[in-house]
Write a protein that binds this ligand. Structure first.
Ligand SMILES: Cc1cc2nc3c(=O)[nH]c(=O)nc-3n(C[C@H](O)[C@H](O)[C@H](O)COP(=O)(O)OP(=O)(O)OC[C@H]3O[C@@H](n4cnc5c(N)ncnc54)[C@H](O)[C@@H]3O)c2cc1C
Ligand code: SF4
Length: 321
């Protein structure tokens, strides 16, 4: 059993001080962190409970019109909150698709974005590339839920549904440490995740996600969210799709379940969708083109067809009105 210190700091500054200690990790709802400690994936010296930090669960509009959600907001609140439903319904829909009601009530937005991937080799202590070894056990093994883009050295996909919607919304993540605050695009949060041996996000050990910001130009518009799962009950995405036609006409589309982070479709495809006037044939052609760079493994070829089907439906919705 791993022994660690439990800390519940009263302020953000105190939390950042606590996280600066070697081996300290942030604790959100604990729905991924605590099982990860039990599974031996992680042996922290301290867990720093950030759930009760002042303002950490606030949702509101900034002076620039952006919608700002604290990292401590529960996933269920993201799904239900009137401001999110009115202005960023795409994110609300993606949050509503997360796991079960219990997980949505427990999980926080920050924890959801920073959760580790679910590859069973990793979770069962196999010494793979992400777990002290030098190769990917899934590559020659069972990998039917794994990536089709940018695969390797790690072929796992990131499980976060909200991250896919946030990618389509051009959202930014505010990150804080004792050194100050920085802001990064959601895509930058997962940059290099397949090459990173120890984590999937580009956070330093002492950094904390404090909020997510959705820019004013991404609020409103026409949106589409769809998630395919294998089981009839709650499940991680085989493939998901978040799509948005903003009020200014710009189109953004992203896929989940296909890469080590949310996968943005090529800009040229988004621009062609934005230009409108698409018939069924041109939608088919664009869906093919969007998946042109896919390099599936033997067991993940089926995901290419699912992704194309989801994109076809998304494009039909975005161009219908
Ligand atoms: C059976 C099951 C099904 C699931 N299905 C889905 C699904 O369909 N879709 C989906 O999106 N997710 C799914 N999840 C994941 C679940 O939603 C996450 O476990 C949860 O969102 C994590 O949030 P948390 O607040 O509990 O994070 P925690 O468990 O507290 O933390 C997770 C990780 O993030 C770090 N962390 C926590 N807060 C922060 C922060 N503010 N800044 C930086 N790092 C932080 C922790 O140190 C830890 O490494 C599922 C999980 C399970 C167990
Ligand atoms: S996909 Fe990633 S986590 Fe899974 S076995 Fe390969 S290297 Fe390990």
């Amino acid at each position: 059993m791993t022994r660690y210190t439990y800390l519940r700091p009263p302020s953000l500054a105190a939390a950042l001080d606590a996280l600066a200690a070697p081996g300290a990790v942030p604790l959100g709802g604990g729905s991924d962190l605590l099982p990860s400690i039990d599974e031996g994936l992680l042996t922290p010296s301290a867990v720093v409970d950030v759930q009760a930090l002042p303002g950490f669960d606030d949702i509101g509009r900034g002076a620039d019109g952006a919608l700002r959600l604290g990292a401590g907001v529960r996933i269920d609140t993201v799904a239900q909150h009137p401001l999110v439903r009115e202005h960023a319904a795409l994110l609300a829909a993606a949050a509503a698709a997360v796991g079960s009601p219990a997980l949505r009530n427990m999980g926080t937005l920050g924890g959801n974005l920073a959760q580790r991937q679910r590859c069973w080799y990793l979770r069962r202590g196999v010494a793979c590339f992400k777990n002290g070894g030098d190769h990917c056990a899934a590559y020659a093994g069972e990998h039917s839920y794994h990536a089709i883009f940018d695969t390797g050295p790690c072929h796992a996909v990131h499980p976060s549904d909200p991250s896919v919607a946030l990618e389509a919304l051009d959202a930014q993540v505010e990150v804080a440490s004792q050194r100050g605050t920085r802001v990064l695009a959601v895509a930058a949060l997962y940059e290099g995740a397949a090459h990173n041996r120890v984590r999937e996000v580009t956070l330093a050990d002492d950094e904390l996600i404090v909020a997510v910001r959705i820019p004013a130009e991404s609020l409103g518009g026409v949106w589409h969210w769809e998630k395919t799962i294998q089981r009839g009950a709650f499940d991680f995405a085989l493939v998901s799709c978040a799509a948005l036609r903003r009020s200014d006409g710009v189109v953004r589309m992203a896929l989940g379940g296909v890469a080590a982070g949310p996968w943005r479709t090529p800009l040229s495809v988004e621009e062609d969708v934005a230009s409108g006037g698409l018939d069924a044939d041109s939608i088919d052609a664009l869906a093919e083109r969007a998946l042109y760079d896919a390099t599936p493994l033997d067991g993940t070829r089926y995901k290419v067809r699912i992704a194309q089907a989801l994109l076809r439906r998304a494009m039909s919705v975005l161009t219908a009105s």
